[in-house]
Structures are given as structure tokens and as C-alpha cells.
Ligand binder design. Structure first.
Ligand code: FES
Length: 133
């Protein structure tokens, strides 16, 4: 099977939720420093290899301030980020960029790991319609 390909390859994609709940300070949620992240990402030249996406709702609104990190090997859901956690996220992205690969996410961020928000299933289907597991 042939796949479409892109020339735009990255080490990781970071989706920072800024949807109906995350970052909505008027609703009592912690701030999401969207402009800080966007300007630092630009200033530090991260965008070429660490894709930053400020997203709408990612789903698990009951855990405010969600971030999803996707690499070729892993998916990591984080929640309840605030303040300096976003600086840590940026520092990690800088580190990945310097090392030219997706680096391990530091413990200081991993304490915010949340379970992937999928309903457990006994059988899965892959995207080609084949029965898995
Ligand atoms: S608004 Fe962030 S998970 Fe829904």
C-alpha cells in the first residue's frame, strides 16, 4: 500500500490545549501562556523540528490544561499544567532540538501524566480495517 508522504518531518508534535476549558481563566482554570509559547518557539527556531500546535479541545476537559506530546514512538498525555510547567515544556523542546531527536520527557512534567482518554476495548481495529490484538 502506498502512503502519502510529507517533506515536513519533525521529532515531535506538541499539542497545547486552549479550548473550551483549558486556559479559560474566567472559568477558574489556570492560564495557558499561548503567546509566550508561540513567541519562544519562534525565537528559538523550534518550529522546524518540534511542531507546536495550539489546539481546540483535546477531550479530557475535567483535567484542566492538557498537553499531548506525539513522537514517532510514543504518545504522552499531560494534564493540570500551570505556570512553570510550560517553561519546562519549552526547555524540553529546546533540548530535543539541540539533540536532534525526541528526548525523554523530564520527571517534572511526567508527574502530570494522565491516562490516555480511550475506552478500553478487547479488540481493536487498525486503520486499514484489519483486526488487531
Ligand atoms: S478544553 Fe482542553 S481538553 Fe477540553
Amino acid at each position: 500500500m502506498a502512503y502519502l508522504t510529507t517533506k515536513r518531518l519533525v521529532f515531535a508534535q506538541v499539542l497545547v490545549c486552549f479550548g473550551c476549558c483549558c486556559g479559560q481563566t474566567g472559568r477558574g482554570r489556570p492560564e495557558v501562556p499561548v503567546e509566550f509559547l508561540k513567541s519562544e518557539w519562534r525565537k528559538r527556531g523550534l518550529m522546524k523540528r518540534i511542531q507546536l500546535t495550539i489546539s481546540g479541545c483535546l477531550g479530557p476537559c475535567d483535567v484542566p490544561n492538557v498537553v499531548l506530546i506525539v513522537t514517532g514512538q510514543n504518545t504522552l498525555w499531560l494534564g493540570n499544567l500551570k505556570g512553570s510547567d510550560y517553561q519546562e515544556l519549552m526547555d524540553w523542546a529546546v533540548h530535543c532540538n539541540q539533540m536532534s531527536r525526541a528526548m525523554e520527557v523530564p520527571k517534572s512534567l511526567r508527574v502530570h501524566e494522565i491516562a490516555a482518554p480511550f475506552i478500553p476495548q478487547t479488540r481493536d481495529w487498525d486503520f486499514n480495517g484489519q483486526r488487531g490484538r
